[in-house]
Design a protein around this ligand. Sequence first.
Ligand SMILES: C[S@@+](CC[C@H](N)C(=O)[O-])C[C@H]1O[C@@H](n2cnc3c(N)ncnc32)[C@H](O)[C@@H]1O
Length: 273
Amino acid sequence: MTITLPVFDQLEDSLWLTLCGRALDNRREDPLLRDELADQIVRTVDYDYGKLKISPSSVIYIAHRALKLDEIARDFVTRHPDAIGLDLGAGLDSRATRIDVPPTVDWYDVDFPDVITARQQLVPARPHVHNHAADLAEPGWLDRIPTDRPAVIVADGLLAFFPLAEWSAILNRIIEHFPSGEIAFNGYSTFAVKAAKVYPGAKAVRAIMRSEGFDDPHTPESWNPKLRLVREILLTREPEIERFPAGLRWANRLSARSESLSRRGNVVLHYRF
Ligand SMILES: C[S@@+](CC[C@H](N)C(=O)[O-])C[C@H]1O[C@@H](n2cnc3c(N)ncnc32)[C@H](O)[C@@H]1O
């Protein structure tokens, strides 16, 4: 099969960073995520991941946060077999396959039309898993999605691309669309936003960081009265760090002692509405 991918713009190009991170995790001796499909896609397109200069620690952090978002989504669809799942800015991620969404759930992978064209060629189709071409910043993309079912919404590596006013508007539209649900995304502290701007991988894909970041996990509660924090997951304190290579394991154990230090790094924020 010949694969002709669209030419991605700067925003779309960022998907390679996370995809290659998960693929490289899969090539480690003890992969955290075991995302074989990510690895397969990177091999299929013969993507030059070397130019991204993804550090070994970033590979692990990318896989770790994906694992946590998978856990939240899997748990929700297990408790709500009639759920709707949304992966916002899904890129070429195959979360629905990783968590093995039950066929009673309708799952939507949302991204720009060019990314969806690439997904259609590279990510194997599954029943009830839908590719949804849309610009999340435009109102109206939810119109084609059922309104009467509980929903789990995940966004991996997306928040950084939106000023908080735009991000809160997106969350508000989602909260008003569904009767109830849960939302989880990796957070960016004010420090993390500054760090991401000088991160070589982000520079290589010319990523535009537009978020101001926020440090208090309760901040989103002020955007919508229905939104409540379930848990701020500081990844330095999660059990998987025991599987990290020694140096990284020790660095994380040290950071874990301080909440503010942990917040500077890999964080997953989990809310309900
Ligand atoms: C860093 S990538 C992460 C991709 C995927 N979540 C993953 O973990 O591999 C960010 C993704 O968000 C998408 N994106 C950014 N802004 C968007 C918007 N306004 N509407 C739809 N997708 C958007 C990009 O096209 C890209 O695929």
